[in-house]
Write a protein that binds this ligand. Structure first.
Ligand SMILES: Nc1ncnc2c1ncn2[C@@H]1O[C@H](COP(=O)(O)OP(=O)(O)OP(=O)(O)O)[C@@H](O)[C@H]1O
Ligand SMILES: [Mg+2]
Length: 375
C-alpha cells in the first residue's frame, strides 16, 4: 500500500483524510499541534514543524507521495525529497512560484496572464513613493492568510497601514464579482475543471461570507475564465489541484487574483454537490488513478461557520439542532476545541435547484447558527 503524507493538519487535511478512507492508502500527517482537526482520525501523526527542513525531510523520506494543505512549508526539504524520488503534489517549483506573492505576480506578468498591474515594495517607507499608484492593495509577499496579509490603500491617508516588509502593491480592481475555479491536473497533463463559483465576502472580517455555485456568469465570461485557468496551470507545469481566484470587473474584464496549489475553501461544496469532490480528485491524481467527474449534481451554497466575535474558549454550536432539521443541508464541523472571533470552525453546504432557496437557507443558517463558548 502506498504511503502518503500531508503537510498540515487543519480542516483541509481533515477533509483529505475523509476522502482518503475510500482508497488503498496509508496517510501520515505532519503538524505541530497535536489537537489539530486532522489529528483526531489520522492513522499516523507526526509532531513537527512543516516550516522546518529536518522535520519535513525526516517525515517525507519514507513516503511515496506528499501534498500540502497550506503553502507555508519548507520548500528546500520538498526539493530534496523530489530529487530522491518522492512525488510531491504540487511540484516544488510550482509551489515556489505561488508561495511568494511577488514571484506569483511576476509569473502572471511573464506568462501574459491577466492580473492587475503591480510594483514591488521593500518596506512601509517605500510605499510612500507610490501615491500616484493608489487606490491599490498592499499584500505581504509571504505569511499572509485569510486576508490577514492584505491591506486596501484607497488614498494617501491610508498609507500608514502599509506593511513594513517585502510586499506587492497592486492596482485596486473595480470588482463586480469574485470567482474561483478549481482545476485538476494529472501527471500526464490531463485536466478537469469544476464549474466557477461565486465568492461573496464579508468586508468587515475580510473573510469569505458565502459561496454560490455554479456562478451566474455570461457564457463568454466563463469561457474567458476557463481559458485563463488552463493557460495558468499549463504554465505552472505541475500536476496537482489548483484553486484560481479571479475578479470580474465592472467593465467585463477578467483578472487573476491569486492561485492556491491545493484544495481550497471555495471548493467544499464539491463534497456533496459534485460527483468527485476536490478531495477525492486530489487522491486520484496522487495515486495515478483516472481523474474524477467534476460535474455538479445540484447547485449549492456554502456558509462558513466562523467563531462569533466576543467569544474565546471551548466551542459550543448554538442552533445546530435547527440546522440539522433542514432538508439538503450538510454540516461540517472541523473539530477545533477552542473558538476565537472569526476563526473558521466549520462550514455548511446547502443543495437546491432553486437559487432563491439557496440564498434563503444560507441567510437562515447564518442567523440561527453561531459558535459561542460552552461555559
Ligand atoms: N487588486 C485587488 N483589487 C481589489 N480588491 C482586492 C485586490 N486584491 C485583493 N482584493 C480583496 O482582498 C481579498 C483578499 O486578497 P487575497 O485573496 O489576495 O488574500 P489572501 O490573504 O490570500 O486571502 P485568502 O487566504 O482569504 O484567499 C480578495 O478576496 C479581494 O476581496
Ligand atoms: Mg484569496
Amino acid at each position: 500500500m502506498k504511503k502518503a503524507g500531508i503537510l498540515g493538519g487543519g480542516q483541509l487535511g481533515r477533509m483529505l483524510l475523509q476522502a482518503a478512507a475510500n482508497y488503498p492508502i496509508e496517510v501520515h500527517i505532519l503538524e505541530n499541534d497535536p489537537g489539530c482537526p486532522a489529528a483526531q482520525f489520522c492513522q499516523h501523526f507526526t509532531l513537527g514543524d512543516i516550516r522546518n527542513f529536518d522535520d519535513v525531510y525526516q517525515f517525507g523520506k519514507s513516503l511515496d507521495v506528499i501534498t500540502i494543505e497550506i503553502e507555508n512549508v519548507n520548500l528546500e526539504a520538498l526539493e530534496k525529497l523530489e530529487i530522491e524520488g518522492v512525488k510531491i503534489f504540487p511540484r516544488p517549483h510550482a509551489l515556489r512560484t505561488l508561495k511568494n506573492k511577488i514571484i506569483q505576480k511576476q509569473f502572471y506578468a511573464d506568462q501574459q496572464i491577466p492580473s492587475s498591474d503591480f510594483v514591488i515594495t521593500e518596506n512601509a517607507i517605500s510605499v510612500n513613493t507610490y501615491t500616484h499608484f493608489l487606490p491599490a492593495v498592499h499584500k505581504l509577499a509571504t505569511e499572509g492568510y485569510d486576508g490577514k496579509g492584505v491591506q486596501l490603500l484607497h488614498d494617501a491617508k491610508d498609507l500608514h497601514q502599509a506593511f513594513d516588509a517585502p510586499a506587492v502593491l497592486e492596482k485596486m480592481v473595480d470588482i463586480k464579482k469574485e470567482i474561483a475555479i478549481i482545476i485538476a491536473v494529472d501527471e500526464k497533463g490531463k485536466t478537469a475543471m469544476y464549474a466557477p463559483v461565486d465568492m461573496v465576502f464579508d468586508n468587515r472580517l475580510n473573510l469569505l461570507s458565502y459561496q454560490l455555485s455554479p456562478a451566474e456568469l455570461e457564457e463568454k465570461t466563463i469561457w474567458k475564465m476557463e481559458a485563463i485557468a488552463l493557460k495558468l496551470v499549463k504554465a505552472l507545469e505541475s500536476p496537482g489541484l489548483f484553486a484560481i481566484e479571479l475578479f470580474l470587473d465592472n467593465q467585463g474584464a477578467v483578472w487573476v487574483n491569486e492561485t492556491a496549489p491545493r484544495v481550497h475553501n471555495s471548493g467544499h461544496h464539491s463534497i456533496e454537490a459534485c460527483y468527485s469532490s476536490q478531495f477525492d480528485m486530489l487522491w486520484r491524481i496522487m495515486l495515478g488513478y483516472p481523474l474524477g467527474n467534476t460535474k455538479q449534481i445540484l447547485p449549492a451554497a456554502i456558509v462558513n461557520l466562523l467563531g462569533q466575535p466576543g467569544y474565546s474558549g471551548p466551542a459550543y454550536y448554538e442552533g445546530l439542532d435547527e440546522v440539522l432539521t433542514m432538508e439538503n443541508v450538510f454540516v461540517h464541523i472541523y473539530g477545533k476545541v477552542e473558538t476565537r472571533p472569526g476563526r473558521k470552525m466549520g462550514h455548511i453546504t446547502i443543495l437546491s435547484n432553486e437559487r432563491q432557496e439557496l440564498l434563503y437557507r444560507a441567510n437562515k443558517i447564518k442567523n440561527c447558527l453561531s459558535v459561542k463558548t460552552s461555559s
